[in-house]
Design a protein around this ligand. Structure first.
Ligand code: ADP
Ligand code: MG
Length: 369
């Protein structure tokens, strides 16, 4: 079957993201975002982590209403779509399968190309999302009520990274430093050899008795704590790679020792514990970014992924950037965690290069960037 590649003058891309526990759909007109709708799954909170089987079931339940709402918000019909872009991996196989199968059925029914997207490339290309005025206003309204408004200093469409740039991609499943030479060329320069930094946040939160996902809560408590009060170890790996499993264990032992001495240790020192632990993770993340920036001479530095929503990391990278004459790029808060807008944008650049995939594409739980 030859897909109907150019059925309209404008390019309309439908993006679908379902790699973990967020079901999201976005629509782009050319490179402008018309809609970005996400259903978050709260069912996992009670288990302290994502349960894959429950996540797939919720995607099944959410995907049709989410796509429908996105089409309504964008005020377009299915027949106008030029292509459908979908996350192929990395992620949970059962979750990916729901989005991929749904995207295949749209591609087949409308006779339009299917574009597979690497989720980690999507996180980075979130820096190239251009909002139309309506989406921008909705987002401003949404975030102005939240405690995390630091990202709203300038519109997201203002300045984009220029090539080549480095991106520190930090999420629940990944910690990477990537060199990006054009919209579709990515070189992995460093990564974690064990756990991701998001896991280091979430595990520490669990030890402190905080609900899942704990990263945003550690961020909140850290705001009024002393970041210098407690110290944690920093692993030294030769190749600028990261390791977070030792830090997690050190944190567990530290809390066990302190609570053996004082059973109220956590309650009495929660803000200082969070501030010290967060400051430690941030300085470790940035140490390797600085080393790679010096090695490569690249001073265009971006952050991406769920942990890039962290207010401490956002502040520190700007401070470090000023010191080292970097141009820093921080995504808008709503494009840090998983969303389909980043998948649609990646799909748009692949569409321009006619990088389509067949209907036999399978989900890739592991997918190198
Ligand atoms: P995934 O890893 O599935 O791609 P995301 O990219 O959405 O998911 O990242 C989720 C991770 O981001 C979780 O580990 C969560 O705790 C973390 N996170 C989200 N907001 C913050 C924050 N403000 N501070 C620290 N971590 C955060
Ligand atoms: Mg993610």
């Amino acid at each position: 079957m030859t897909p109907n590649v150019y059925n309209t003058e404008d390019i309309y891309i439908l993006g679908i993201e379902s790699s973990c526990d967020d079901t999201s759909c976005a629509i782009l007109k050319n490179n402008i975002l018309l809609a970005n709708v996400t259903a978050n799954q709260s069912i996992h909170e009670q288990y302290g982590g994502v349960i894959p089987e429950l996540a797939s079931r919720d995607h099944q339940k959410n995907i049709v209403p989410v796509v429908d709402t996105a089409l309504k918000k964008a005020n377009i019909s299915l027949s106008q779509l030029s292509a459908v872009a979908v996350t192929r991996g990395p992620g949970l196989s059962g979750s990916l399968l729901v989005g991929l199968s749904f995207a295949k059925s749209i591609s087949l029914a409308l006779d339009i190309p299917l574009i597979e997207v690497n989720h980690m490339q999507g996180h980075i290309l979130a820096h190239f999302i251009n909002e139309n005025e309506v989406v921008s206003c909705l987002n401003e309204e949404k975030t102005s009520n939240s405690s995390q408004t630091t990202s709203l200093k300038k519109p997201n469409s203002a300045i984009k990274p220029s090539f080549p740039f480095l991106c520190l991609t930090v999420s629940g499943g990944h910690t990477q430093i990537v060199k990006i030479t054009d919209h579709l060329t990515f070189d992995l320069l460093a990564e974690t050899e064990d756990d991701a930094v998001g896991e280091a946040f979430d595990k520490a939160a669990k030890i402190l008795g905080l609900p899942y996902p704990g990263g945003p809560l550690i961020d909140r408590y850290a705001k009024t704590g002393d970041p210098t009060k407690y110290k944690f170890p920093t692993p030294h790996l030769k190749n600028n790679n990261y390791s977070f499993s030792g830090v997690k264990t050190a944190f567990l032992y530290f809390i066990q020792e302190q609570t053996a001495l004082n059973s109220n240790f956590i309650e009495e020192n929660l803000n200082d514990i969070c501030a010290s632990y967060q400051a430690h993770l941030i300085s470790y993340l940035l140490k390797n970014v600085l080393a790679i920036s010096k090695e490569t001479g690249i001073k265009q530095i971006a952050i991406a992924g769920g942990v890039s929503a962290n207010s401490g990391l956002r502040k520190e990278i700007e401070l470090l950037g000023k010191k080292h004459q970097w141009q820093t790029y921080i995504p808008k808060f709503e494009y840090c965690t998983d969303n389909a807008a980043m998948i649609a944008v990646t799909g748009y650049y692949k569409f321009l290069k006619k990088e389509f995939c067949g209907l036999d594409a399978t989900p890739l739980a592991r997918y190198e960037i």
